[in-house]
Design a protein around this ligand. Structure first.
Ligand code: 5MM
Length: 365
């Protein structure tokens, strides 16, 4: 294991206020997103879309690394230039998703286990030889009645740690992604509790499996209420003269901007309790938040806490960077330039969020 190289790659992935672009959707996920926009679900359409992304002019000014899928890492531009060369020429570090997906966990209704450990050592050697310098594995944790179970959680964090050690042995920086899903009607507080429990167990296992913390990146969810959590009434005590009044401020939906500071505070509190200072960076997933809210919440964390934190707070978004571009492209060659501008805009917004300089005015330009 080349410790120095791992550490310098991990640092480079979160350096200079840049972040990661997750473009590692598996074929079924990519096809599902294409189908919604009537884009053909073919190898060529996926290739053309990924060409649009990697050739967006100046992408390397905001993006430090791109996470690819196995099909994509082997593809080329229409003119035959390998995507890997395009990325390296743009000073973007190529990465690769190496899990083979989340499957039903036997005897655990409602829970998933991420697969892909069998044969992983050999696959990592091949990806390193191709030019990848980091990898990604996503564990999926569902909140529900009695979920996550202790055994479901342990199985997932154990697999994450086994993956991370194998990556470092092969010279690849592991992105460790334990995603607590937004699906469900759970409260904000429940998400905080479960995310804290998950992250605590992730680091216990990473230490057990002898992962070099300085040579990895954590990719967690932000702390958010479930997507179908009933709107809660925010009630505030207000003093007027001698009397105290309870003032109902407004009904709040989980994905509204009014909770930006609350999300920032809870997320950072959770991370400070669980993530060792040796980890160089935390790059959030967006998890289905709107692109604007993902930027606003990352921005709030950096505005409020950046100077006090031991690690960088960055982004590793897929939908929150790509979705607006995909909706403009819709499979049409004539829309490529406009789609690339939308992609670059989101990447710039997120770089601004890393600096605590993102404002809603950026969305109007
Ligand atoms: C949670 O998904 C990851 C981050 O994406 P979002 O920012 O959209 O939440 C993402 O890297 C994900 O792991 C990939 O898109 C691959 O997903 P599938 O399900 O296709 O393996």
């Amino acid at each position: 294991m080349n410790t120095e190289k791992l550490i310098s790659t991990a640092k480079a992935l979160v350096a200079d206020d840049k972040g990661l672009l997750a473009m590692d959707e598996s074929n079924p996920t990519c096809n599902k997103r294409f189908a919604k926009l009537n884009i053909p679900q073919t190898v060529e359409a996926r290739r053309a879309y990924r060409e649009l992304i990697v050739t967006a002019p100046g992408l390397g000014e905001t993006i430090s690394g791109a996470i690819l899928f196995d099909e994509t890492i082997r593809q080329q531009k229409k003119d035959g230039t390998p995507f890997l060369k395009v990325l390296v020429d743009a000073e973007i570090i190529p990465g690769i998703k190496v899990d083979t997906g989340a499957k039903d966990l036997a005897a655990h209704p409602g829970e998933k286990i991420t697969e892909g450990l069998d044969g992983l050592r050999d696959r990592l050697i091949e990806y390193f030889q191709m030019g990848a310098r980091f990898a990604k594995w996503r564990a999926v944790i569902t909140i529900g009645d009695g979920l996550p179970s202790r055994s479901g959680l342990e199985a997932n964090v154990h697999a994450l740690a086994r993956y991370a050690t194998l990556c470092q042995e092969a010279g690849l920086v592991p992105i460790v992604e334990p995603e607590v899903l937004m699906d469900g009607d759970h409260s904000f507080e429940r998400c905080l509790k479960v995310t804290e429990e998950v992250l605590r167990n992730v680091f216990i296992q990473l230490n057990c499996q002898r992962v070099l913390l300085e040579g990895m990146i954590l990719k967690p969810n932000m702390v958010l209420p479930g997507l179908t959590c009933p709107p809660h009434k925010e009630v505030k005590e207000v003093g007027v003269g001698e009397q105290q009044y309870q003032v109902r401020l407004k009904d709040r939906q989980p994905d509204e901007s009014s909770d930006v500071d609350e999300v920032a505070d809870a997320t950072v509190k959770c991370l400070l309790r669980t993530v060792p200072a040796a980890v160089p960076g935390i790059a959030f997933l967006s998890g289905g938040q709107s692109a604007e809210l993902a930027s606003a919440r990352l921005n709030a964390m950096n505005v409020r806490f950046k100077s006090q934190l031991p690690w960088a707070l960055a982004f590793s978004f897929a939908r929150a960077i790509q979705q607006p571009a995909l909706e403009i492209w819709r499979g049409q060659e004539t829309n490529v330039k406009a789609a690339q501008q939308a992609l670059l805009h989101r990447a710039r917004c997120n770089r601004a969020a890393r600096r605590g300089e993102y404002t809603s005015a950026m969305e109007e330009t």
